[in-house]
Write a protein that binds this ligand. Sequence first.
Ligand code: ADP
Ligand code: MG
Length: 588
Amino acid sequence: MSTIHRLSDLLINQIAAGEVIERPAAALKELLENSVDAGASEINVSVRQGGSRLLRVTDDGAGISREQLPLAVARHATSKIATLDDLEQVASLGFRGEALASIAAVSCFSLTSRQAADSHGWKITGEAGRPAAEPAAHPIGTTVEVRDLYYNTPARRKFLKSDATEYGHCEEAFKRIALSRPDIAFVLQRDNRVPWRLARCQDHPERRIADLLGEEFIAAARQLDERSGSLRLWGLAAQPAYSRGSRDTQYFFVNGRFVRDKLIQHAVRQAYHDILHPQRHPAFVLFLELDPAVVDINVHPTKIEVRFREANGIHRFLFNALNKALAAALSSPPSAPLAAQKPAAAYQETLPLAQRRPPLGTAERVNLYQALFGQVARPPAMAEPAAPAPEIPEIPLLGFAIGQLREIYLLAQNEKGLVVVDMHAAHERIVYEKLKQALDSQPLSAQPLLIPVSFPATAVEVATAVENGAILEKLGFAVAMLSPTHLVVRAIPAILPDADVVTLTREVLREIQAYGASRVLTERRNALLASMACHGSVRAGRRLSLAEANALLREMETVEHAGHCNHGRPTWFQITLAELDRLFLRGQ
Ligand code: ADP
Ligand code: MG
């Protein structure tokens, strides 16, 4: 056994680097944060070979004096806090004083800086304590150069992925900082190209978001800005139609710091829950601002996680704020893709025209109503000029059905023009909302089956059915064991008369088995009802009579969230007469 001895500073820093500087992108993040903390208004980044060959960050911030340069790379040396009180109120991104020391310990490192009062800059190379500063040419501000990261820690070097992958992480670190600071100009150079050049735009923060995430995101996003007490949440949250297959467009900042936090993720997911397919991920750029004293950012060395003192209150606030923004988004339908394809200028031109179109007069409304509803009321053979109906109903929001396309889409006519409805999606949404309402007030009413349906079941399914009779009953099912290998269904929820009995029952048993009876009725409740609605809704391919179609439209109007099905797909589109006119080059 060896004797106990103190580790050298270099080794301590190398060990720490394993934690703080996990990969080149982590070093870049630290350097960018330092430049932001130094009050830079312009930051230039250069990345070579995914950052493992070179990371260089230059800023025009406050700089570091000659005397302080060696301290900057010393471990646990920082200018940002001095006491525990400071830590509780910390407003800077850094405060642990370990980034530069760690980076310097595992790379060929240099730091060059000049303050406004100095006539030239000073430069140090190598790790802490070793070198003296030497004069160097530099404008006001600081350059940190990190060459050959992990050259002396081969074990870590081996974990690096391809240059392209490492660059991808660097770019992500860059985007996070750039999104949070539209008041700073950024340039990112990758090898010999310049993929990002971002102008300052502090008065239009959404400009920066558009630069980085694209106009498509902006077009799909809802702005929100909610306050409650000292809490503020603002930013952009995309409507479900823009949802992603991964979490790559989720940017959440707490007091300007990018974080990835379970509590936040949960609140966001819940807000999107009813309108987003479980396998899709919402896209957002959101900024939470709150008193720094109520959030602990010193939970993790890279500060990516945070801890809130009032976790429940924060959760509630986030959920409510997002829910409100998304609900507002849902009550107005997404515009037809048709309109989106038009060049912006063309759209602008025709817009006033569309607005000038006078609302339908009473006579026109009567005609339209008769043309549409009259046909529903009596067979075409008996159609004859009829006296105007004494009561002239308003044309409903979604208008009246005029036919079906391929038995998938329902076409309707309203005051603005054509309405196209995805029948399955719309019906699913209606059934889902009805299920929710029904379960809120009482157990779902059961519809006994004229002929009970039996089906071969696994041992798990049989056991789940036998042990959970009460909850199944609550959901409107009567399921019993017929034999150890067969179940029989005697009743299903009355709201789902068209459902495939076996598929529906299996699905419900699977949910109960996977999550347990109590969770199925609480946090999993909406997911369960969504999948029940999906199995119990009109499938595309069924022909509806006009009366049925109109009934569907009327139900859609009364149901909350009718603009989207519960998997996040839109349920209907409006195509205006102006848009149709444009297609046919009328009035241009
Ligand atoms: P921390 O950021 O946690 O304080 P760092 O190791 O990242 O620790 O940096 C140590 C110190 O070096 C900082 O507190 C700051 O005073 C100084 N420093 C680092 N980078 C810069 C920079 N780009 N401009 C001005 N000062 C800097
Ligand atoms: Mg730092």
